[in-house]
Design a protein around this ligand. Structure first.
Ligand code: HGY
Ligand code: MN
Ligand code: MN
Ligand code: MN
Length: 424
């Protein structure tokens, strides 16, 4: 098999695919009850997942395994030269609600499988390998996207500690409940000195249809799209659905609906921008009440920062025009903004060599999805490898799927990258 050639031999029944299955079904109570995978930050499922990943890291032979002050699971496999800079790798283990089993998780399981193979062979790289399962990337429970990787790059926002979730639980209390210190000095101490690292590599499912359509198991990521997220509220006047004439209404939901359709048209007009109103809710709404308030979210992405900003600016202008026309008010708060992240050419070339060595054609593609690599990009060189998704690459959905063989190929590619870095 191809993998034998690269010193990576998958362990039948204990492959990366098996680990993804086990993590979802073993540490997620909701999975047993409803077949739903929801591992949001510091919930019991999330803490069970962290313990499961830490236990698996120990079984793989990492010399140190820790759960850090924000819940990242960090495994270190030192090299033969303790002074040599380390290679940093990993991805997130939190998920969106009712998620798939592979988003994020293959990004720490694949390097872990390579460490297991090297440890069994008694092999050490010249440099250390630091594998991080990041605790929070999706920003589901709190508006704290990329919290796990951000803690390593000095991007942790102290205001996040006071944020409350839908049940009024602050992040600080959630941390304490999870046995974390919940204090800023401990979090600040997680910041990595980029000079001590060769860079960051991340393997992730594509979460799109491109590789599947080309029948390619692996793809080289050229850059990660720029993105911005906002949450807002439109305020009108609740009134009787039966007696309020249509020309006398201040209907907040109709205004939000107009905004959503505008964003759909405006993003589509660029061809390669995307715009999504993922949250749209009438708080305390009733069937027989004209909505007086409507909360909404905006998720806007584009290949470059200027294009992202243009879509946001036009959408904000349209929101103001809709509300002026309808005599409504609105609030709009930006909750996340990430610059486009171009892959480091040298690290990207290592991925290209790995994929070519497996006898596979090279296909380069941008990432429409955001990744932890965007945070590491702010302090060190980074490059990503995509793995094909089944079902046209659907993701953030239980239909998300990758095959065991594709994940094994990604392990072989990762091992090859380690070997070529070691030889360089
Ligand atoms: O939304 C994203 O791009 C990623 O899944 N956090
Ligand atoms: Mn177990
Ligand atoms: Mn995701
Ligand atoms: Mn992800």
């Amino acid at each position: 098999r191809l993998n034998d050639k690269f010193g990576f031999v998958p362990e039948q029944g204990n492959r990366v695919w098996d680990w993804c299955e086990h993590l979802a079904t073993h540490s997620e109570p909701a999975w047993k009850e409803r077949g739903e995978l929801t591992t949001t930050y510091l919930t019991d499922a999330h803490r069970a997942a962290a313990a499961e990943i830490a236990a698996t890291m120990r079984e793989c032979g990492f010399d140190t395994v820790d759960i850090d002050a924000v819940g990242n699971v960090v495994g270190v496999y030192p090299g033969s030269d303790p002074a040599a800079p380390r290679l940093l790798t990993g991805s997130h283990y939190d998920t969106v609600r009712n998620a798939g089993k592979y988003d994020g998780r293959i990004g720490h399981f694949i390097p872990m499988a390579c460490v297991r193979a090297m440890h069994r062979a008694g092999r050490r790289l010249p440099f250390g390998l630091e594998v991080v399962a990041f605790a929070e990337e999706e920003g589901q429970r709190y508006k704290a996207t990329f919290l796990g990787s951000g803690a390593l790059t000095g991007a942790f926002n102290p205001a996040w500690l006071d944020q409350q979730d839908r049940d009024g639980i602050s992040m600080r209390d959630a941390m304490r409940h999870a046995g974390l210190p919940a204090d800023l000095p401990a979090i600040a101490a997680l910041r990595r000195d980029a000079a001590r690292y060769l860079g960051f590599v991340e393997v992730h499912i594509e979460q799109g249809p491109v590789l599947g359509a080309l029948d390619l198991p692996l793809g080289i990521v050229t850059s990660i799209n720029a993105s911005v997220r906002c949450v807002g509220e439109i305020i009108g006047m609740a009134s009787h659905a039966g007696t309020t004439p249509m020309n006398a209404r201040r209907d907040a939901a109709c205004a939000a609906a107009e905004l959503a359709l505008f964003l759909e048209r405006r993003a589509a007009a660029d061809g390669d921008s995307v715009g999504t109103v993922g949250l749209l809710e009438v708080p305390g709404g009733s069937i027989n009440v004209v909505p007086g308030r409507c909360r909404f979210s905006l998720d806007i992405r584009a290949p470059n920062n200027a294009q992202r900003d243009a879509v946001l600016a036009d959408t904000r202008t349209e929101l103001a025009a809709i509300c002026a026309r309808r005599k409504l008010r609105f609030t709009l708060e930006q909750t996340m903004r990430e610059q486009a992240a171009t892959s480091d050419p040298a690290l990207q070339q290592h991925w290209e060599r790995s994929v070519a060595a497996l006898g596979l054609p090279l296909h380069h593609l941008p990432s429409g999805a955001g990744h932890d690599a965007m945070m590491l990009h702010t302090v060190m060189p980074q490059a990503m490898l995509f793995v094909r998704g089944e079902n046209a690459g659907i993701s953030h959905n239980p239909l998300e799927s990758s095959t065991a063989d594709d994940l094994d190929l990604a392990c072989a590619a990762f091992q090859h990258l380690l070997d070529t870095l070691a030889a360089s």
